[in-house]
Design a protein around this ligand. Structure first.
Ligand code: NAD
Length: 499
């Protein structure tokens, strides 16, 4: 008999849950105490083919449904998500290990916002093309057409938000989707599929398959798939983009970062410390845009570290549903081991100065001691060549680096193959804009960190990704353009009219 807390999850395609034929399952685990939550059925290749066939059939009528009618269904789904916010957030907390204070206020809400944003955008004419008059008797008009059956592949850090950031513009634009959540956080996917169905989405428009990298790889190589939208690590993203190139699929790649947060000497100390803490410890550091390289002016280092150490005490690990808990475990045992490896490397090999935290678990109640907890950790006296400064750790590990001049810090901030996010804290807004202009990153902030509303297009530069999600530009990733030149002159300009 299964000891899991939730029923076994089947695949979801053609409008309903359907058993997988692989005979294989994997477990979703509660990261706070290492107990199993649910068995998840793994999709066999034949199941994936069947799901893709259902999505392909549904594409013909969904893509022909007027945008305003599509918008009505998606708006209803957004309303259902908001109604069920607490129930969905509860499952998200159990599955991902994120504190309920976060999931109940951010994860579902920011997903529903994006769904509403794209429903409103397409309902209000956001897919219209342009008309250009070339001459008195000639025009060019353009049309945006949906791509077809698209694939969404998610990471584990913002499960339902990622599912919505991909499916919202995809479906609004008239495409259908096969969604594969991360094998570490799969529980949101069926709930989302059921909500879409309840809102009136036709069978086959949104489908879910489960499994690890091999299921993702099968999807990305499948000839029927028109586009792959991927969120995950850079190394995986490179494989996915390579596979998708096989038959010229469109791709969006939302990948990792090692982002610089630059504090200027005139910045408000408290704001800078708050910003740096949000940029390193929110979601236990498992945020792609984290500002993990914190550049502090040498003259400010002592004051910054003193205030930071005072505020580190406000990080409160504990039972995930307590109102006071603002720090959860890492999302899986394997990820906790990876983060611990980097902390050990920082201490023993990089020989950075450990200012706070370190190896071992934070103090949590006895019943949580088997969970995948890691202490919030701060290294200082870091240098650009250290492994902990160069590589994405994706955990609660801050590196403090000092600098002397603005030109120097901008150059050092850009010395990385990644380019996801960057930010500046200062009271000098002219200088802030000048610095932001020089930073090689797709997502930037001034005097704040981390907010990513539906209206803001986000995507990485360099190895951090291709394309954007959200904002008006986000819809462009889910359509192809057609340009038509109409000539009403009646006579074709030809060079073959006479001998
Ligand atoms: P990951 O690359 O290990 O896995 C991501 C997804 O890819 C999973 O669903 C996995 O099953 C699937 N996958 C693995 N191998 C595959 C293959 N060969 N073909 C197709 N799919 C495959 O990433 P992760 O550890 O789940 O997520 C953490 C990473 O995600 C971090 O690097 C983080 O920065 C990044 N991230 C980026 C953004 C962004 O918007 N830029 C947002 C969230 C997370």
């Amino acid at each position: 008999m299964s000891t899991s807390q939730f029923p076994t999850r089947q695949l979801y395609y053609d409008g309903r849950a359907q058993p997988a034929s692989s005979g294989k399952t994997f477990k979703s685990i509660n990261p706070s105490n290492a107990t199993p939550l649910a068995e998840i059925q793994v999709a066999a290749h034949t199941d994936i083919d069947t799901a893709i066939a259902a999505a392909d059939r549904a594409f013909h009528s969904w893509s022909q449904t007027p945008p305003i009618a599509r918008a009505r269904i998606l708006q209803k789904a957004a309303a259902l998500l908001r109604e069920r916010n607490d129930e969905i957030a509860r499952v998200e907390t159990l599955d991902s290990g994120k504190a309920y204070t976060e999931t109940s206020t951010v994860d579902v809400v920011t997903g529903a916002d994006t769904l509403e944003y794209y429903a409103n955008l397409v309902g209000g004419g956001g897919l219209n093309g342009e008309t250009t008059q070339l001459r008195e008797d000639a025009w060019v008009y353009t049309k945006k057409a949906p791509l077809g059956v698209c694939v969404g592949i998610g990471a584990w850090n913002y499960p339902i938000q990622i599912a919505l950031w991909k499916s919202a513009p995809c479906l609004a634009a008239g495409n259908t989707m096969i969604y594969k959540p991360s094998e570490f956080t799969p529980l949101h996917a069926q709930t989302l599929a059921e909500i879409y169905t309840e809102a009136g989405l036709p069978a086959g428009v949104f489908n879910v398959v489960y499994g690890a990298g091999d299921v993702g790889a099968y999807l990305t190589a499948h000839p029927t798939i028109a586009k792959v939208s991927f969120t995950g690590q850079v190394t995986t993203g490179m494989k996915v983009a390579g596979s998708a190139a096989g038959n010229m699929k469109y791709v969006t790649m939302e990948l990792g970062g090692k982002s610089p947060l630059i504090i200027l000497p005139d910045a408000e100390l408290d704001s800078a410390v708050d910003g740096a803490m949000m940029a390193n410890f929110y979601s236990t550091g498992q945020v792609c845009t984290n500002g993990t390289r914190v550049f502090v002016p040498a003259s400010m280092k002592t004051a910054f570290e003193k205030r930071l150490l005072e505020k580190m005490e406000y990080i409160r690990p504990g039972p995930l549903f307590d109102d006071t808990t603002n720090f959860g475990p890492l999302s899986s045992a394997v990820h906790a081991e990876k983060v611990a490896y980097y902390i050990r490397h920082g201490i023993e090999t990089d020989k950075a100065t450990l200012l706070y935290g370190g190896l071992g678990k934070p103090q949590v109640p006895k019943e949580l001691q088997d969970g995948f907890w890691i202490r919030p950790t701060v290294f200082t006296n870091c240098t650009d060549d250290m492994k902990i400064v160069k590589e994405e750790i994706f955990g609660p590990v801050m590196s403090i680096l000092t600098y002397e001049t603005v030109d120097e810090v901008v150059k050092r901030a850009n010395t990385t193959e990644l380019g996801l996010a960057a930010g500046v804290f200062t009271n000098n807004l002219n200088l802030a804009h000048r610095i932001i202009d020089q930073l090689q990153a797709g997502i930037t902030w001034i005097n704040t960190w981390g907010e990513s509303p539906a209206e803001m297009a986000v995507g990485g530069w360099k190895n951090s990704g291709v394309g954007v999600e959200n904002g008006r530009r986000g819809i462009e990733a889910w359509v192809k353009n057609k340009s038509t030149l109409v000539d009403t002159n009646g006579a074709v300009a030809t060079v073959f009219a006479k001998l």
